[in-house]
Design a protein around this ligand. Structure first.
Ligand SMILES: NC(=O)c1ccc[n+]([C@@H]2O[C@H](COP(=O)([O-])OP(=O)(O)OC[C@H]3O[C@@H](n4cnc5c(N)ncnc54)[C@H](O)[C@@H]3O)[C@@H](O)[C@H]2O)c1
Length: 252
């Protein structure tokens, strides 16, 4: 039997770099996919990423807004009748490289909203449904910056918050048969990062940062998707409250 057959899997940030790679892994497992992203439509979902899925449906939402999260979960429930797995990929560093004295309150709120509020609201909505179902799985997206980063103050705080939230949820929801884990990637090559800098500069960053990792390179989105799919699957049935660093050994 395929890894996710009969499972309804909701994936946020589904059309981003890591999100789309995660969708591919889950689709190959035969899932019934509920995909969501910000400012996109069903027409933006490439057929290639949903290959293998039993079914796929898409809803746009800004997940930092309570009303949009409520509407999303209501739509998924109306369509599929249940949610077995929630994978929270949505997030972004709006403040990368900004020195401490330049971090404004507005930017702090933006990063906390984008990375922690989105995750919190979706976990809260999913927990309600999964408790009634007496089971479910949540995988959250932290970042290796949860350990601290001197150039990503608000982002690392938000991703540390995701890790703490993951542990709290695992403690609170285990008896309801709900597992909650997180992945923490190091630098992963995605378009939303590469396209913000000139190619030559990106090559320098890629080699410079990747060269410092024990495996000697930065990561690929499919390598994060593989780790997420493992935590989301029954193969991880006795794992909860953990953070899995997908980092090529960085910061060991
Ligand atoms: N790429 C990396 O090096 C790296 C490393 C560690 C962690 N991460 C995390 O991985 C996740 C995916 O990032 P990515 O690298 O694929 O970048 P990405 O920009 O390609 O994907 C981020 C996705 O999140 C969505 N999103 C952002 N704000 C949202 C909101 N308010 N509501 C709904 N969706 C929203 C975006 O639309 C986008 O599809 C993020 O949480 C990011 O912080 C990335």
């Amino acid at each position: 039997m395929a890894r996710f057959s009969d499972k309804v899997v909701l994936i946020t940030g589904a059309l981003g770099g890591i999100g789309a790679a995660t969708v591919q892994w889950i689709a190959r497992g035969g899932a019934r996919l509920a995909l969501t992203d910000l400012g996109k439509t069903a027409a933006d979902v490439p057929a290639a990423i949903t290959a293998g899925a039993a079914e796929s449906a898409f809803w746009p939402a800004d997940l930092s807004q309570q009303a949009e999260v409520d509407a999303l979960f209501a739509s998924v429930l109306a369509h599929y009748g249940r949610i077995d797995v929630l994978i929270n990929v949505a997030g972004f560093d709006h403040d990368s490289g900004v020195p401490l004295e330049k971090v404004t309150l507005e930017r702090l709120h933006k990063n906390l909203d984008t990375n922690l509020t989105t995750c919190f609201l979706c976990c809260q909505a999913a927990a309600k449904i999964m408790k009634e179902q007496k089971g479910g799985v949540i995988v959250n997206m932290s970042s290796l910056t949860w350990r601290g980063s001197p150039m990503q103050f608000s982002y690392s705080a938000s991703k540390g918050g995701v890790y703490a939230l993951t542990r709290s949820l695992a403690l609170a929801l285990g008896r309801d048969g709900i597992r909650v884990n997180a992945v923490a990637p190091a630098l992963i090559e995605v378009e939303s990062i590469t396209k913000t800098v000139p190619l030559a500069m990106w090559e320098q960053i890629r080699k410079g940062i990747g060269g410092g990792y024990p495996l000697g390179r930065i990561g690929r989105p499919d390598e994060v998707g593989a780790a997420i799919a493992f935590l989301a699957s029954e193969e991880a049935s006795f794992i909860t409250g953990q953070i899995l660093e997908v980092s090529g050994g960085a910061r060991l």
